[in-house]
Design a protein around this ligand. Structure first.
Ligand code: NAD
Ligand code: UDP
Length: 319
């Protein structure tokens, strides 16, 4: 890949993706409207040759200087707190935004990679989740603005492949964590780390028996690039099959931070999936991909980033 477009390139996953592509010598155009991102995520990339940041809303027709070899479509709120705050914008990012990004891929004959989500499985009745499972989603609940937008995005991507021959690949990303998550994005990892470092109680929702499987961001990004480098249509699960209860994740964060905080159980979240764990056989078989960074390495790196001194220049994630 010589030149790529990354929508949502200033976000958490997007900024890591841009950085890794630049490291590989790829020219990167990032398009972002900063709905859920902070400039600090990409500030250290602005001076790098081959990087260009465009302030763009991908839900409206946009000029993006091509031609591109690949289009990664990541633009969308991703944290429940963000998409509850931006419900209509989230629906538009998945629908109009995906259409606009596909248009650019079709224009340039580029490989298109959709950042879909394990949320398409909803509160799953099959465990672990294989790509063949069609999901169990409440179409009208508050989470539906995200889940159904992504399901629509998958349908649109599949139709563009069938009807118009666009070279598409769908990644179903499971919970990803690491440096550059926004401290206030409301997701479990930044919330628990922030609470532990501040000596406040860790607010675990419901019983804490619900499960998640956490993938370190470097692994997720490597998977997205492997998908882009292939002709695999997917969908392909990208996630770490190491499944833990949310209570256990809170306990791990207490251990890594050395915090004396306690766990406080708060009201369960609406339509919160009770279990989530990827079956990654397809990614192993078709992409030769599997996660490499265990929680015992990824969590300390993430905690160190959150605990960094805030004065002075914004450090790169690896710093
Ligand atoms: P994020 O909120 O940090 O990044 C999303 C980015 O998209 C932000 O930079 C935001 O400003 C941008 N954006 C939103 N709407 C836009 C619009 N209309 N035009 C231009 N830019 C827009 O979230 P993230 O965790 O980095 O997630 C990135 C992608 O990966 C999302 O599509 C998300 O659905 C998907 N994903 C992430 C996870 C995860 O655990 N992080 C899991 C599954 C799927
Ligand atoms: N969660 C929690 N406390 C928080 C934030 C989240 O217990 O402060 C729970 C949430 O209810 C869910 C899990 O942690 O069961 C993962 O939530 P997150 O928002 O990180 O991601 P999701 O998988 O729901 O998209």
């Amino acid at each position: 890949m010589d030149r790529v477009l990354v929508t949502g390139g200033a976000g958490f996953v997007g900024s890591h993706l841009c950085e890794r592509l630049l490291d590989a010598g790829t020219e990167v155009v990032a398009a972002d409207n900063f709905a859920t991102a902070v400039m600090a995520n990409v500030a250290h990339l602005l001076d790098r040759p081959g990087f260009r940041l465009l302030s763009r809303d991908v839900t409206v027709p946009m000029s993006a200087p091509g031609p591109f070899d690949a289009v990664f479509h990541l633009a969308s709120a991703a944290s429940p707190r963000d998409y509850f705050r931006l419900p209509l914008e989230t629906l538009r990012a998945g629908s109009h935004g995906t259409e606009r990004a596909l248009d650019i891929a079709e224009r340039d004959g580029a490989r298109f990679v959709l950042a879909s989500t394990s949320e398409v499985y909803g509160d799953p009745r099959e465990h672990p989740q294989r790509e063949e499972y069609w999901g169990h989603v409440n179409p009208i609940g508050p989470r539906s603005v995200y889940d159904e937008a992504k399901r629509y995005a998958e349908a649109l991507t599949s139709a563009m492949r069938r009807e118009r021959g666009v070279n598409t690949g769908i990644a179903r990303i499971f919970n990803t964590y690491g440096p550059r998550m926004r401290p206030d994005d409301g997701r479990m990892i930044p919330t628990f780390i922030g609470q532990a470092l501040a000596g406040e109680p860790l607010t675990v929702t419901g019983t804490g028996d619900q499960t998640r499987s956490l993938c370190y961001v470097d692994d997720t990004v490597r998977g997205l690039i492997a998908l882009a480098d292939s002709d695999v249509p997917g969908p392909v699960n990208l996630g770490n099959p190491h499944e833990l209860t949310v209570r256990r994740i809170a306990e791990e964060i207490l251990a890594v931070t050395g915090s004396a905080s306690r766990i406080e159980y708060v009201e369960a979240a609406v339509d919160d999936p009770s279990r989530r764990c990827p079956d990654i056989s397809r990614a192993r078989r078709e992409l030769g991909w599997e996660p490499e960074v265990p929680l015992t390495e990824g969590l300390p790196r993430t905690v160190a980033w959150f605990a960094r001194p805030r004065s002075g220049p914004y450090p790169a994630a690896g710093a």
